[in-house]
Design a protein around this ligand. Structure first.
Ligand SMILES: [Zn+2]
Length: 300
């Protein structure tokens, strides 16, 4: 996971972001990454009566949607629904907490989210007219002081819980002492998915069907920590029933992949046959020609 602090850009407190929410950008006013981190008071009664619903949603849901859309995108934590940058006052230990908690969440996705898919950038939120350089100097000083307390920093964070962690208590103590605290918007980005892992096929077996396999999209479908599957489209976030995902995958398998696999299997069989009954050594090119001559695989 690529984690960094933006040193060349910043947002201004209470100013509107330069972007709108759409299928690849979402604003969150909190930093609850998993469902377990949602506080009990975020369950409220709906207009229609006793049914409880959540007034806020975990980041994991959006993360799942962005992963399944394949287009990539960013969740901005510390930004109001209408796109105003408020940021969050979080010191070094809480930023550590955020990363540990994210890694824990990623490991609970099915399939687990690979580190290379995710990028986290802590973007400074400055007061109007504040000097960026002075702000960064204060940050480096604060981080250096907190970083020196190696034993404190090594303490285990309280994960999968809405309760205060020791790192939040540290922040309260800092506020009580009127210590300076940095304010950040946390940008959590999912990279655009590479369609196909590059397969190196030796020239001798470079059959057209292999090219079809190389071109085919092999897209895993991600489920979040609750086993739910979301996809993000133009109209928002949709939840897909597991059964629907399963049957779509089955249709794709039987209509696209299975015929290719069958043809490749038969070509492999032919290749073995040629190798067995051709005593003289062959170059890759001669071998390829023989396979092409020996059958009419390419008709289909
Ligand atoms: Zn913590």
């Amino acid at each position: 996971m690529d984690v960094s602090i933006a040193e060349s850009r910043f947002y201004v407190y209470n100013e509107r972001m330069g972007i709108e929410e759409d299928h690849c950008h979402e604003f969150k006013g909190h930093r609850n990454v998993s469902v377990e981190e949602l506080p009990p008071w975020s369950f409220i009664k709906g207009r229609s009566g006793d049914k409880l619903h959540r007034s806020r949603r975990a980041v994991s849901r959006t993360l799942c949607g962005l992963l399944n859309s394949g287009e990539g995108g960013t969740v901005y934590m510390g930004v109001t629904d209408d796109g105003v940058a408020r940021g969050m006052r979080i010191q070094l230990y809480q930023r550590d907490h955020m990363i540990v908690s994210l890694r824990d969440l990623m490991s609970r996705f099915s399939p687990p989210i690979h580190d290379s898919m995710i990028q986290v950038v802590f973007v400074p939120v400055l007061a109007s007219g504040e000097s960026q350089k002075k702000w960064l100097d204060k940050l480096h000083k604060s981080d250096a002081t907190l970083g020196k307390a190696a034993n404190t920093r090594a303490k285990q964070h309280k994960l999968r819980s809405y309760e205060y962690c020791w790192c939040d208590v540290e922040t309260e103590a800092m506020i009580d002492c009127s210590d300076w605290l940095p304010t950040f918007v946390i940008e959590l980005s999912v990279r655009k998915r590479k369609i196909t892992p590059e397969v190196i096929v030796p020239a001798a077996v470079n059959w057209p069907d292999m090219k079809l396999l190389k071109k085919a999209e092999i897209l895993p479908v991600y489920e979040d920590e609750e086993g739910k599957c979301y996809c993000r489209g133009q109209g928002g976030l949709f939840q897909y029933p597991a059964q629907e995902v399963k049957s779509n995958t089955q249709v794709l398998m039987s209509s696209h992949y299975l015929p290719i696999i069958e043809r490749l299997r038969s070509q492999l069989h032919q290749a073995r046959f040629i190798l067995k009954y051709t005593p003289e050594p062959m170059t890759d090119e001669e071998f390829r020609k023989k396979i092409v001559q020996s059958n009419d695989f390419y008709e289909s």
